[in-house]
Design a protein around this ligand. Structure first.
Ligand code: TSB
Ligand code: ZN
Length: 582
């Protein structure tokens, strides 16, 4: 989908359209006060204070109509330059604009504003010549948005829209948008009974429903088996820790704004954990280690809590309570390259199994000029960064480098994917860490009997089960592969009176699979349609011929073709498909 913000011409057009929106709102609601109206990748929005009034669905066409009227009238958009004091005078009734002006530098002597007819807005520009050019737009949605994104501030009304040069471009975009919304995991998750949420539980705290729980269990079994083969040891640790634990790890000083506030129990002060690293450091510290024991790989399906801004939480993709497919790998410095390679190979292996093709590897490195921002050990950084590059080059993986994006404690590799709706997110991650083992005074004994400090690799292949499930629902549009599907086979008797008994027999013989038998007194065509809507991978249609011949007739999701085979061949087919993750 086109990124409006990255297209210069569309960017100007959409920015101008945001002004048009504001002007129309001002005509209809003269009390309206305006905060900011930026261009975003999907078009534009404007944050507006309408007092106590809340925008409704009925307002949107009225605002659009007014926008069309102003556009037709065709006023020129004129730029003026004024001084800061003039600007303060001009916008004196508009507290939000005053806020913006006051924050401008004293020596910013000229401030630009743009006027179209009866409406003037503070703005850097540039804009189109006349409002006449703003004909092909659509208001897309509206929502509440806190002033400056801070939940302590007033809630403003945000209206989103998009503008194109031609009606065809607009329609093509709206069609794409509609398709993306169809793929949105929030919609699929609701339709297929995968997850839900409730205000009483809280924002960003999804409830995984039975169908979702099956998917999650399958994902857990899948990755657990892979990790066992690779020598990971899994643990269980509590999802809280004391504040002192997070002071030791450094999270309390550097990650506090992402954490839930602490709570006191007797003399202890706890926090819900945002990460599992500190617990795993202590698992490592529980025993003495020799250089021969390393790498030690501590894995956990671990629940974490993070404070994500309320406007940022999104379905399963960005939650406040999540479960990481986490592991911390304790290695000697000479093992960094080899262990990193194994993580990257595991990522590739998993993506292959899931048929994930659209992703980008991003290697975040330090800016070696910036001595403040990064852990001070030039040799460690240089060696590690060289090794990471070498591994990626050897594996022939395309990746891009992000200089200055490394964490304070080491370089990292992330995998970025694009959700159906909204900006890119990170799925898998592998982060090198020189610092945490020092903070926890971890050690191993080297071949000469001397104490050495291990390096830690933080890695999550799925990222979180939450985000991965969101992604996989969007990739497959909810039509999951057989092995992951909550219901794998749906058996439909043509006639309950004659064929049910045989259907029961088929169901019994498929006891290793998740099978439903649709006994409802509904029309065959209705039941078959519903099987498709529920995206069940295999539908069996069982009539007299199947009963007489001891066979089954099946249809795979997405195919119109019905095939008839013996029951044993059908079982073999299921077995193969599941084995091949087909
Ligand atoms: C990999 N300590 C490391 C760990 O050892 C860590 O926590 N890294 S992380 O912060 O990058 O998080 C790991 C993964 O969790 C991310 O790559 C991302 O896929 C996923 N994730 C992060 N925040 C959220 C969230 N709010 N909702 C869902 N998934 C998230
Ligand atoms: Zn970690």
């Amino acid at each position: 989908m086109i990124n409006i913000k990255e297209d210069e011409r569309l960017s100007v057009l959409n920015h101008s359209c945001a002004h048009l929106l504001a002007q129309a709102v001002k005509h209809l609601y003269p009390e309206a006060k305006f905060w900011v109206g930026p261009v975003i990748s999907e078009g534009f929005y404007y944050d507006i204070d309408l007092g106590d009034y809340k925008i409704t669905d009925e307002d949107i066409p009225k605002i659009e109509h007014e926008m069309k009227k102003i556009a037709k009238d065709g006023k020129r958009i004129v730029r003026h330059e004024i001084s800061k004091s003039e600007a303060l005078e001009m916008f004196k009734d508009d507290p939000y604009k005053i806020d913006l002006i006051e924050r401008m530098d004293e020596d910013e002597t000229v401030i630009s504003c743009y006027t179209q007819g009866d409406f003037t807005d503070l703005c850097r520009g540039p804009h189109v010549e006349t409002v006449k050019e703003l004909k092909h737009f659509k208001l897309l949605k509206f929502s509440g948005a806190y002033f400056k994104g801070d939940s302590n501030n007033k809630m403003l009304q945000r209206i989103y829209g998009v503008c194109f040069e031609t009606e065809e471009d607009l329609n093509a975009y709206l069609k794409e948008l509609e398709e993306a919304q169809e793929r949105d995991h929030r919609k699929i998750g609701k339709n297929l009974g995968i997850f839900t949420s409730h205000d009483l539980v809280g924002k960003g705290m999804p409830l995984w429903l039975p169908n979702g729980a099956i998917i999650r269990k399958e994902l857990e079994n899948y990755i657990y088996a892979k990790e066992q083969k690779l020598g990971y040891k899994h643990v269980y640790t509590p999802c809280v820790g004391t504040v002192d634990l997070y002071k030791t790890s450094g999270h309390w000083d550097h990650y506090k704004e992402n954490m839930f506030p602490s709570m006191k129990v007797d003399e202890e002060e706890f926090v819900l954990r945002p990460m599992n690293c500190p617990h795993h450091m202590l698992v490592y510290a529980n025993e003495l280690h020799s250089y021969r024991d390393l790498p030690i790989r501590i894995g956990e399906f671990a629940t974490d809590f993070r404070y994500e801004a309320s406007g940022a939480v999104k379905g399963l993709e960005r939650v406040r309570c999540m479960c990481q497919n986490d592991a911390h790998l304790f290695v000697r410095p000479d093992q960094i390259g080899e262990e990193f390679k194994k993580v990257v190979e595991l990522i590739l292996d998993v993506y292959h199994d899931f048929g994930i093709k659209n992703y980008k590897f991003r290697l975040s490195l330090r800016d070696s000029e910036d001595k403040e921002k990064y852990f001070d050990d030039d040799k460690m950084w240089n060696d590690a960064e060289a090794k990471l590059r070498e591994v990626l080059n050897d594996l022939g993986i395309p990746y891009y480098e992000a200089i200055g994006e490394a964490a304070f404690y080491g370089p990292k590799l992330d995998v970025e994917v694009k959700p159906a709706v909204g900006p890119e997110v990170t799925l898998s991650t592998c982060q090198l860490d020189f610092l945490l083992p020092r903070r926890f005074e971890l050690s191993y004994i080297d071949s000469e009997g001397k104490s050495q400090i291990p390096v830690v690799l933080h890695r999550a292949i799925f990222g979180t089960f939450d985000r991965f499930t969101a992604f996989i629902l969007e990739e497959t549009k909810g039509a999951l592969p057989l092995w992951l599907s909550p219901v794998q086979v749906n058996i439909i008797p043509v006639n309950n009176n004659y064929h049910l008994e045989y259907c029961e027999k088929i169901k019994d013989s498929l006891e290793n699979y998740r099978v439903e038998l649709d006994k409802r007194e509904e029309k065959l065509s209705y039941k078959m349609r519903e099987s498709v809507i529920r995206k069940i991978p295999v539908t069996l249609i069982i009539g007299q011929k199947e009963v007489d011949d001891n066979t089954v007739s099946y249809r795979m999701y997405g195919s119109e073709e019905t095939k008839t085979v013996s029951l044993s061949d059908f079982q073999k087919l299921l077995e193969d498909k599941i084995k091949n993750k087909n």
